[in-house]
Structures are given as structure tokens and as C-alpha cells.
Write a protein that binds this ligand. Structure first.
Ligand code: MN
Length: 298
């Protein structure tokens, strides 16, 4: 395969290569939820602006039933995407709802929110993801808000060779996802690739980009132009370039592809708060303890 493809104006398009592979680590979070932390562990601290990526995936109620009772957030965004099962959320803005299979919630915690996230099922399969996306320094104290996305509002593209692409945020061909107005201009897609197919996606220059294999296995290109296998549960971090290729060989591959504009700002994180300085973290704790987190103004 040619390394560079030529566009009409002759500027070469560069394929992004894998610069790091990582595996998730088992952690217990919330009131006792067993999950896999893919970003935000000691192997992969963050992928600017992504601060955390958790996968919860179990058919054992003991692994998830306790959920995440009321807790605070400040300074970033939490993004929940469900593949199977139901998750109920309630928050200090007075809103609540149930995320359904295929649904998503993009919550901008901003200056502060208190919320709970509890599985709305006593048994059965629960499978979903939570991503944390950082906010720029001057938007950390923005008003909290969220976008609830029903499963039917997530466009699903099908290519001639059977690739299925769900677009949660960002743009694939002429299809734009329903999540809008996010500071870091993210792409969040869920791709199912039949055997012997290749998927190519343009990624904005300068943006961080990852692929997280959630089912099956795929092949990616590394810096030595070798093919590297990404099995279920593997995360690939890509270097600079214009587009990413993922191919499936003898079995299907299902993966999340995420990209966003890095902030290149100092990150100071502690538990549910992600700010720029230690003083701001202490202020967040003070506000939380004194009941002022939710009403805080910049
Ligand atoms: Mn939360």
C-alpha cells in the first residue's frame, strides 16, 4: 500500500500510525461497580483532552447494581454511551432520565453539578462507557448543562460493504452527530466492521486520536509500517496525520474511535474534580463541603 495518497491539490495525506497500545485495568468505582479503566490509569494517565475512559460490561448484577450514588463534578465533561442496559441519572439541576441501549448523555459539569448514575435494572447485561473530556481553563466554571441523546437520534451510516457507523459527535462523510457546541470539537463514533473490510476516517490535524476495540479484533498500522493487532479491550493511541485506517481480517471488529482538540494546559485532578491548579482543587472541595459547589459562580 502506498504511504501517501495524493489529493487534487497535491498535498499528501498522511496516515496516522499507532504510537502506543494500552490495556484497561480493573477498578472498583462508585458504590462498588466493577469496571475497566482504559484511560486514567498509571499506564495511560490521559490523552489530552480525554481524562478518563471507563468500560462497564457485565451480566452479573453484583458488578453494577450499586451504581454511582450522588457525587460532585467540576471542571470537565462526562460522556456516557450505553450499548446494552439502562442507566438512570438525576442531578442538581433538577433533571433526570433513563439512558437506554444505544443512547448517550454529554454532561458539561462546568462550575459544579451533583448527580447520581444508577443502573435501572436488577439483572441482565449492562454494557457502556464513560468518557471524561476536559474543559479549557476559561470554560471550567461555565454553567452546567447536558445533552441527552435518544438512541434514535444517533445517525447510523451503512456503507456498501456493510460497515455500520454510529455518529455520536463529530462528522463522518456528510453525517454530523447530534452532540453540538463542545469546546474541544470531538469525534465520537461506534464502528462495526465486517470481516475483510477497511474503514478509513479523516481526523483533524493536531487532534488527539484513539481507537478502543470493544469486540472482535482489528488491524492497525504502527510507526514501522507493520500491522498491529488490536484485540477486544485494546486501546490504540495514534500519532499525527490526516486519517486513520482500521481493517478487519477474519472476524468482525467493533470499536470506538475518538478524537478531539488537545488543550495543552496544566491538569490538576483529584477524584471528581479536574482543574488547572491545586488551589482550584482545594476551592472545589471547600465549595463542595460548604454546599456551594452547585451555586458557585466564576
Ligand atoms: Mn459522575
Amino acid at each position: 500500500m502506498r504511504e501517501n495518497q495524493q489529493t487534487q491539490n497535491s498535498s499528501p495525506l498522511k496516515k496516522r500510525k499507532v504510537i502506543k497500545m494500552a490495556q484497561g485495568k480493573e477498578v472498583i468505582e462508585g458504590a462498588g461497580v466493577r469496571l475497566k479503566r482504559v484511560i486514567g490509569n498509571n499506564e495511560l494517565e490521559d490523552v489530552d483532552p480525554f481524562l478518563l475512559l471507563d468500560e462497564f460490561r457485565s451480566d452479573k448484577p453484583d458488578d453494577y447494581i450499586a451504581g454511582f450514588p450522588t457525587h460532585p463534578h467540576r471542571g470537565f465533561e462526562t460522556v456516557t454511551y450505553m450499548i446494552e442496559g439502562f442507566m438512570e441519572h438525576k442531578d442538581s439541576t433538577g433533571r433526570s432520565g433513563v439512558l437506554k441501549p444505544g443512547g448517550a448523555q454529554w454532561m458539561t459539569a462546568g462550575s459544579g453539578i451533583l448527580h447520581s448514575e444508577i443502573p435501572k435494572q436488577k439483572e441482565g447485561f449492562l454494557w457502556g462507557f464513560q468518557l471524561w473530556v476536559n474543559l479549557p481553563a476559561d470554560k471550567k466554571m461555565t454553567d452546567p448543562r447536558y445533552q441527552n441523546i435518544e438512541p434514535e437520534d444517533i445517525p447510523e451510516l451503512r456503507t456498501d460493504d456493510g460497515v455500520v457507523i454510529k455518529v455520536i459527535a463529530g462528522k463522518v462523510s456528510d453525517t454530523t452527530g447530534p452532540v453540538t457546541g463542545i469546546e474541544t470539537d470531538p469525534l465520537y463514533i461506534d464502528v462495526t466492521l465486517p470481516p475483510k473490510c477497511v474503514f478509513t476516517q479523516k481526523v483533524q490535524k493536531g487532534h488527539s486520536a484513539i481507537v478502543y476495540m470493544i469486540d472482535g479484533a482489528g488491524l492497525l498500522d504502527d510507526e514501522n509500517n507493520m500491522k498491529v493487532g488490536a484485540m477486544t479491550g485494546s486501546l490504540a493511541l495514534f500519532g499525527e496525520g490526516d486519517y486513520i485506517d482500521v481493517s478487519a481480517v477474519d472476524k468482525p471488529a467493533r470499536f470506538l474511535m475518538l478524537s478531539a482538540r488537545p488543550l495543552n494546559e496544566p491538569v490538576t485532578r483529584y477524584g471528581p474534580f479536574v482543574m488547572n491548579t491545586k488551589d482550584q482543587i482545594e476551592k472545589a472541595f471547600d465549595d463542595y463541603r460548604s454546599g456551594k459547589l452547585v451555586s458557585a459562580t466564576p
